[in-house]
Design a binder for this molecule. Structure first.
Ligand code: C5P
Length: 224
């Protein structure tokens, strides 16, 4: 397989710092960001808030919808335009994430969003792809694949801080439980489980600042 130098994949469990790293690299390199988790959250949202009960209904809805991914570098977030409605904050809560994780086990759901994810790559621009299976399934051709790790406690703490910054209330014990539950589902599912690609750069972020993680990735990027 011919390796592509202007795609960097970042995989790892929730709250490990993928999003923060993705945006700091995207700003530095002036690339786009694919937050693939947001697409799964959209699926969770359609199920929880829009009353689509089965995977088939969700897939049908996605097929006939106009879905656009937006990289908002000013606010360091990705957004989804769904049939001309911008969804952002509505998707970022742990209930939607848990529902997303349950539905992410379904083959037909995963298949339905493969093309949207691959289309996020514009060869002229470059892409940082953030998720669980970016290096293994969606962009195996990426020359640099990063896999981030950190203990569940450290990740719950980080996620709590992010949610608090957005003005949301947090119960630490519940958050830790939800994170562990999601890890379990993501690691043990049959299709596209969370695991490092064989050629991944593994980084434990527990005791590293975002700058230190960024530097490690850039050192490896410059060697390509
Ligand atoms: O990354 P985020 O926490 O937003 O993802 C929400 C859920 O979507 C994850 O817990 C995971 O189950 C699922 N997901 C996935 N594959 C991806 C990205 C997210 O299965 N590439």
């Amino acid at each position: 397989m011919k390796l592509v130098k202007n795609i960097i994949t970042i995989d790892g469990p929730s709250g490990v710092g993928k999003g923060t790293l993705a945006f700091s690299l995207a700003e530095r390199l002036e690339w786009n960001v694919l937050d693939s988790g947001l697409l799964y959250r959209l699926v969770g949202y359609l199920s929880s808030n829009e009353g689509l009960e089965t995977s088939q209904e969700i897939v049908q809805f996605l097929k006939k919808s106009k879905i656009k991914l937006i990289t908002n570098l000013n606010e360091s977030i990705c957004e989804i335009e769904l049939n001309d409605k911008i969804l952002g904050k509505d998707l970022r809560n742990e209930n939607i994430a848990s529902r997303a994780s349950e539905l992410a086990k379904e083959t037909e759901i995963r298949n339905a969003i493969i093309k949207i994810q691959r289309d996020a790559y514009d060869s002229e621009k470059g892409l940082i792809a953030d998720g669980r299976d970016m290096g293994t399934i969606i962009f195996p051709e990426a020359a640099l694949k990063v896999f981030l790790q950190a203990s569940p406690e450290v990740r719950a703490e980080r996620r709590a801080n992010q949610l608090k910054e957005k003005g949301m209330s947090v119960i630490m014990h519940d958050l830790l439980e939800q994170i562990q539950q999601r890890d379990e589902e993501d690691i043990n599912r049959k299709i596209s489980p969370l695991k490092p690609a064989d050629d991944s750069l593994l980084i434990d972020t527990s005791n590293l600042s975002i700058r230190e993680v960024e530097e490690k990735v850039m050192e490896n990027f410059k060697k390509l």
